[in-house]
Design a protein around this ligand. Structure first.
Ligand SMILES: Cc1cc2nc3c(=O)[nH]c(=O)nc-3n(C[C@H](O)[C@H](O)[C@H](O)COP(=O)(O)OP(=O)(O)OC[C@H]3O[C@@H](n4cnc5c(N)ncnc54)[C@H](O)[C@@H]3O)c2cc1C
Length: 301
């Protein structure tokens, strides 16, 4: 690992941190350290980082805003890559917007609204990055990334950069091609439409209001813990199993939204995992449905 660290530093790819605690890089505020955390400053730096790792046969984990990720307590062995400045640029060109992989989805949707562009209102409450949103095909309020993405620029495991069109991304519910073919999204090109600024702002305000009423937005969570089963809602099944407010260690099923797990302060990843396992077991016993996690788990338990 020392020679990889040295090579990354010599290539001036950006910050190269060792034994870096990852809790602050996630919305759950949970998780152990990464052996190495690289924060490439731009496209060249990112492609070079990946190429160096590939040459050394060193696998890596990508993290965005960590808003859908549970980092386990012993942390992540090897290298974690997080997109840095230089990958957070936004360009409007008529009704098309090109956004870097590190751009905040919330900021982007607000900016699009101010430009009088409609199509991103659904993303106004999704606290991830553009890259994480493409990976997850993030969505809400009846829309998702697959509805607006024209193409994505992706650095493959080899360090090679490709551009993939929407039809190549294998989008489905909270799923994209990237789940089976590793790569880092450096840029997304999105097709929006001209709209009325006031109507866009009103729609976003309505969505925000709805979230404030139904989700514990001031607390440390990772959004929906489990995927919604076909034709049903995970939250409904969890509530029906009597689990609202159920707690293991510092992890608690939200009273406000049963599919959200709150870090009440000092929760470990193990608390969250044990709570998730308990929720799956109880929901299965009460409804016969086995819930599938939506949050992604990385690192060592
Ligand atoms: C309060 C709250 C509300 C939420 N509401 C919603 C919602 O309404 N709808 C919804 O879909 N989600 C929601 N989420 C979940 C989360 O915000 C989304 O899944 C988001 O898209 C994750 O983005 P991220 O950058 O945080 O990704 P991370 O959690 O950092 O990573 C998620 C996955 O994406 C990969 N990834 C990250 N960046 C890149 C990149 N540049 N290239 C390739 N892969 C990458 C990671 O490797 C990982 O596998 C919510 C979360 C919270 C905390």
């Amino acid at each position: 690992m020392e020679s990889i660290i040295q090579e990354l530093r010599e290539a001036r790819v950006g910050k190269v941190l060792t034994n870096e605690p990852l809790a602050d890089y996630t919305t759950w505020k949970i998780g152990g350290p990464a052996d190495v955390l690289v924060v490439p400053d731009g496209k060249r730096e990112l492609a070079e980082t990946v190429a160096i790792l590939h040459r050394h046969g060193q696998p890596f984990t990508t993290i965005g805003r960590g808003s859908n990720t549970l980092v386990l307590d012993k942390g992540v062995r090897g290298v974690v890559v997080k997109l840095g400045r230089g990958l957070d640029t936004v360009r409007f060109d008529g009704d098309v917007v090109t956004a870097g992989g590190a751009v905040s989805l919330i900021t982007l949707s607000v900016r699009a609204g101010k430009e009088g562009l409609t199509g991103l209102e659904f993303a106004g409450g999704i606290p991830g990055t553009v890259g994480g949103a493409v990976y997850m095909n993030a969505g809400a309020h009846g829309s998702d990334m697959s509805r607006i993405l024209i193409e994505a620029e992706i650095v493959l495991e080899t360090g090679e950069t490709v551009r993939l069109g929407n039809d190549e991304m294998e989008f489905s519910y909270r799923h994209s091609l990237l789940h089976r073919r590793p790569g880092i999204v450096t840029e997304a090109v999105l097709q929006l439409r001209r709209g009325d600024r006031k109507e866009i702002a009103a729609a976003m305000a309505t969505y925000k209001d709805r979230r404030l009423k139904t989700q514990p937005l001031q607390l440390a969570t990772a959004g929906s813990t489990f995927r919604n089963p076909d034709g049903d809602h995970a939250a409904r099944l969890i509530e029906q199993a009597g689990l609202k407010g159920y707690r293991i260690g510092g992890a608690e099923v939200s009273m406000q939204h049963a599919n959200f797990i709150i870090n009440t302060g000092g929760a470990t990843a193990d608390d969250v995992l044990r709570l998730m396992e308990h929720m799956q077991r109880r929901v299965f016993e009460t409804s016969g449905v086995m819930l599938t996690p939506e949050v992604l788990v990385v690192g060592e338990r």
